[in-house]
Every structure is written in C-alpha cells, then in structure tokens.
Design a protein around this ligand. Structure first.
Ligand code: PBG
Ligand code: ZN
Length: 324
C-alpha cells in the first residue's frame, strides 16, 4: 500500500530472448568483417601458421580457392599480405607489376570478382632487413620510403585492387599515395589508413606469418608509443587531412579507448584491427579448455564494434560468419 513507484526492474527486458534481441544496441553482421590472408610463392601451398591456428600461408592457386570459400560464407572483403620470392634492401617485390600481390589481385578478380580486395601497403615483408622502409644505416628514411609506398599502392591499383591500406606509419604517405593514385586516374579507389598504429607486442604471430620480423631493432621510430592517446587523434587528423577515406586503430581490443575517441572526435568510417596476438591468445586459451572459445571470440568482436568500430579486420571472420 505504498505510494512509492515500483522499483526499477531492468531484468524485465532480459527474461525473453526475443526481447533481448529487440533491445540489443550493438549488432555484428558479416558486412563488418575484413579477412586477412597471406600469400606465398609456389603452387598447392597451404602452410599452417603455428601460432595462429586456422591461419595459413597460401600460394595463389590456394588463395583463390580460399577467397571463393570466404565469399560463400557471406563475407565481403579480404586484405592481402604478400611474402615475395626474393627480398632486397629496397623491397622491390612490393612494387613489381608481376609481384606476388599484383598477381594475386588479378587471380582473385578473375575467379571471385565480387569479393572486395583490399591490399596492405608496407615494405617490411619485402625488405631483406624486415623494416618498413629504406634504411640509411639503422634509420628508416621517411621521404624515400614514402615514394616507394606510393609506387607500391599504384601497382596494386593498376592490378585491380579495390582499396589500398597503408600500414607503414611513415609521415605524409596518405597524401603521396592519394596523389599517385589520382594522377593515374584511380580517383575512385578508397584509402583505408592504418592511422593510429601502436608499436605493439601483439604483432608477434603476424611476423611469423608474414616473415617480416626486423633483423635488428624494432618499429618504435615510426609506430606509436603505447602510452599515447592524444597523439592518436593527431595522427588520425593528419591522415584525414591528407584524404584518408577510412581510418584504422590497431591493435583493437587493448585500444578500445582509442577507437571510441577517434569515432567520437572525427565521425569518420573507422576500422579496427584485431591483430594476430589477440587472436592467438583467445585460440590458445580455448585450446586449453580455459575459456569457451567461440563465446569469447564473439565477445571480443562485440567489444570492438561497441567501442565504435564500423568494421573489423579479424582472423576470426570466417568462424564468426558461421555463427551469424
Ligand atoms: C606490416 C603490418 C603488421 C601488421 C599489419 N601490417 C606488422 C607490424 O607492423 O609489424 C600486424 C597484423 C597482426 O599482428 O595481425 N606493417
Ligand atoms: Zn611494415
């Protein structure tokens, strides 16, 4: 007989799964994912990457098959990383018109034309020293590297890439790449910039997959310091000014605060890269029976989207698609 309001009952919306679905704020779809793939020379090659169960280095013939499967699962986009036949000081394989990525793009476009093909642009897979640019002694020289990155991006576009994704973190590369693309008439090809990419320990397994571990030193002279958030906003702002169409934060899970800040500040299409180490940790704990792997996988992806990502580059794309 109290005149008080009934107590707030938040559980009212949680009893019925249909009601839960109605009020769910964040929804993942197959349109959200970009699936990374690693291409190697040879034929009929499908090398498992030890630290990334379910991920393989594929020769071009196998890559095309994989792309057909990816598309049949309802996924829309892949991002390609190439491991060349020969590496040299200046990463020539990266901008060779018959390089591994250039041939891969043409092969995929022939067999699976409706799949969106994004290409990673960097030199570290192609240089003998494993650094993301050309060296003067032990220094990665910015502007000389940028010219080569523009050449690399242009050769990907010429081969038929749908989108270009520079991951190198050199200064001024988005401007240089946009200019090179536009000058050659590729005005409609978007650039997805790895805009806020941190010098992260979570890239370890990737460097095995892409054979891109630096022969000496690390990537701290170009990738961002792990303690910085405001600097991420300056990096993203610069890339937007230079005409990036999509901006990326990388890694994703450990940098959810950065994703949210970037989204709120710039309201740009925002990508997040759930990197190799994030994947490997979930896989390893799952394999040991320490976590419910599919459940944690979905939760990790929801967290990234909830933080503000419009799209997620993830090695879980195929597995997640099967659950959606
Ligand atoms: C190359 C590149 C890296 C990744 C994407 N592009 C590695 C690095 O910077 O060392 C990392 C992806 C991953 O860990 O899954 N610049
Ligand atoms: Zn690199």
């Amino acid at each position: 007989m109290s005149t008080q309001l009934p107590i707030k009952r938040y559980r009212r919306l949680r009893y019925n799964p249909l009601v839960r679905d109605l009020v769910r704020e964040t929804v993942l779809t197959k349109n959200d994912f970009i699936y990374p793939l690693f291409v190697v020379p040879g034929e009929k090659v499908k090398n498992p990457v030890k630290s990334m169960p379910g991920v393989y280095q594929l020769s071009i013939d196998m890559l095309v098959k994989e792309c057909a499967e990816v598309a049949s699962l309802g996924l829309k986009a892949v991002i390609l990383f190439g491991i060349p036949e020969h590496k040299d000081e200046v990463g020539s394989g990266a901008y060779d018109e018959n390089g591994i990525i250039q041939r891969s793009i043409r092969a995929i476009k022939k067999e699976v034309p409706y799949l969106l093909v994004i290409t990673d642009v960097c030199l570290c897979e192609y240089t003998s020293h494993g650094h993301c640019g050309v060296l003067d002694g032990e220094e990665i020289v910015n502007d000389a590297t940028v010219s080569l990155l523009a050449k690399e991006a242009l050769s990907h576009a010429d081969a038929g890439a749908d989108m270009i994704a520079p991951s190198d973190m050199m200064d001024g590369r988005i401007y240089a790449i946009r200019k090179a693309l536009d000058y050659k008439g590729h005005t409609k090809i978007p650039i997805m910039s790895y805009a806020a990419k941190y010098a992260s320990g979570y890239y370890g397994p990737f460097r095995d997959a892409a054979d891109s571990t630096p022969a000496f030193g690390d990537r701290r002279s170009h990738q961002m310091d792990i303690g910085n958030a405001e600097e991420a906003l300056r990096e993203v702002e610069a890339d937007i000014e230079e005409n990036a169409d999509i901006v990326m934060v990388k890694p994703a899970g450990p940098y959810l605060d950065i994703i949210r800040k970037v989204k709120d500040t710039f309201k740009m299409p925002t990508a997040a890269y759930q990197v190799s180490g994030e994947y490997a940790m979930i896989k390893a704990a799952g394999a040991n029976g320490w976590i419910d792997e599919p459940r944690v996988m979905m939760e990790s992806l929801y967290a990234i989207k909830r933080a503000g990502a419009d799209m997620i580059l993830t090695y879980f794309a195929k597995e997640a698609a099967k659950r959606l």
